[in-house]
Structure formats: C-alpha cells, structure tokens
Design a protein around this ligand. Structure first.
Ligand SMILES: Nc1ncnc2c1ncn2[C@@H]1O[C@H](COP(=O)(O)OP(=O)(O)OP(=O)(O)O)[C@@H](O)[C@H]1O
Ligand SMILES: [Mg+2]
Length: 233
C-alpha cells in the first residue's frame, strides 16, 4: 500500500534522513522505532510532504506517486496523521476540531458516530473548547480527527508520549481496537511496549538510516536495547 524508496530529507545542511526505504502492506501495522532526535518525525513529515522543504526519493501510496505532490494533494489520497504533541486547536470546540478535516457541507454522520463510539468522552464534551481537555482526551480528539477523513492508512507519531499511565493504556487500547478492525498504520515511537503490543513489524531508525527490521515475533530484545538504549516505558 505504501512504498518508500531511498528517501532523503534535510533541514538546511543537516542531512536528517539518509536513504530510508520501507513498505507497508494493506492491514499491516508498522513501527518506526528510534531514540530521541533520530528523525522519526522528519521521516513521517517527509512522507506527508510537510516540512522539511528539501527531500528526495520515491514514495508511492495506493498506486499514486506522492513524492512529487504538494502536501495539500497528499492530504487527499487517504493518509491520516496524528501528529506528535497532538496539535489540536485549543480555541475551537471538540466538535469544531472534528469537523475541520471534513469538506464543507459533507458531514458524514456515520463517521462522527463512529468516532463517538470509540471516544464517548468526545461526545460528552463536544461543545467544550479543546484547551479544556486533558492530555489523554486531546490525544483521543487528535485520533478522532484523523478518523473523520476515513483514511486508508493512519500515521501516528508517539501517540502516548507525555500521557499519564492510565491514559497510555487507554490510547494503546484504542489503537489496538482500530488495528483489530484492520486499519493500516505506521506508529513512530520510542515506547517499546507500544511497538510490541501494536505492531506487526518494526523498523529501527538510527543516524538517518534503517538499522534493523524484523517481524514482531522474531524481534531480538538484545538488538532493540542496543539501538534504543534505555527503553522508555
Ligand atoms: N524545524 C527544524 N529545523 C532544523 N532542525 C530540525 C527541525 N526539526 C527537527 N530538526 C532536527 O532534525 C533531527 C531529527 O528530529 P526529529 O524531530 O525528526 O526526531 P525524532 O526522532 O522525531 O525525535 P523525538 O523522539 O524527540 O520526537 C534532530 O536533530 C532535530 O534537531
Ligand atoms: Mg518526533
């Protein structure tokens, strides 16, 4: 479904992503693991055509070559994005946040119902401002917002980062429920437990390249430790 070939990305003269290739098949959940600052977010944003401005390589999604498309066109091909740090709009209500990705006048009630089924708290707080939600609830809103576009593939960037432990479990369970329903996903994380619980396959990123890739059942904890160092839980 997604094919990434020899992707390079730069911030000015810093060569952050140095020739990354990977694939995601339909129904697969892929983990991109790596320490702080290795370039996980840069990799995801390069796929989506967001910053950094300079990137090279070939990216195909669902038979569309997206590496030559601008971000607003890529947003239309069916890629959902739950950014690091959630990035909801604090001054808009929960409902307004959910409606943002929806084209004017084409609100699909079923999509909204589905989001509310996953996250009843968003229905309860539909009229509240985004800023009044807890970190965990904001993450649910960010996931709900991505779901409103009915994406074929959802990209999660550190979905449980900075959440209190009970919320980490809750958000993980939600992603698991989505996975059981057959979504295709990429999850960038430093949290090994997320990867072990959610992903079918992982790629470990270090110094801008992929150092290790393995199916979940064959993962070597020794190698993961080597590449990830102190494991954050
Ligand atoms: N806007 C920017 N301008 C310049 N350099 C940047 C910018 N954003 C990130 N970088 C640099 O690019 C490198 C990769 O950063 P990136 O955020 O992609 O890493 P990450 O793996 O997502 O880290 P984290 O786990 O902290 O989220 C880092 O060295 C960072 O300092
Ligand atoms: Mg990041």
């Amino acid at each position: 479904m997604l094919e990434v070939r020899d992707l390079h990305a730069y911030y000015g003269k810093s060569h952050i992503i140095q020739g990354v290739s990977f694939d995601v098949s339909e129904g697969e959940v892929i983990g991109i693991l790596g320490r702080n600052g290795v370039g996980k977010t840069t990799l995801l944003r390069s796929i989506l055509g967001l910053t950094p401005p300079k990137r090279t390589g070939f990216i195909k999604f669902d038979d569309v070559v997206i590496s030559s498309l601008p971000a607003h066109k890529i947003a239309e091909v069916g890629l959902g994005y739950v950014p690091q740090g959630r990035r909801i709009f604090p001054r808009l209500t929960v409902m307004e946040n959910l409606m943002l990705p929806v084209t004017k006048g084409r609100v699909n009630k079923e999509d909204l119902e589905e989001v509310f089924n996953y996250f009843p708290v968003l229905k309860e707080r539909a009229k509240q401002l985004g800023s009044t939600l807890s970190g965990g609830e904001q993450q649910m809103l960010a996931i709900g917002r991505a779901m409103m576009k009915r994406p074929k593939l959802i990209i999660f960037d550190e979905p449980t980062e900075g959440l209190q432990p009970s919320m980490v479990l809750k958000v993980r369970e939600t992603i698991k429920a989505l996975c059981r329903r057959g979504i295709t996903a990429i999850i960038a994380d430093q949290n090994l437990e997320n990867a072990l619980e959610l992903c079918d396959r992982v790629y470990v990123l270090e110094k801008g390249t992929i150092r290790y890739t393995e199916k979940r059942e064959n993962l070597s904890l020794e190698l993961l430790n080597k590449y990830l160092g102190v494991i954050k839980r």
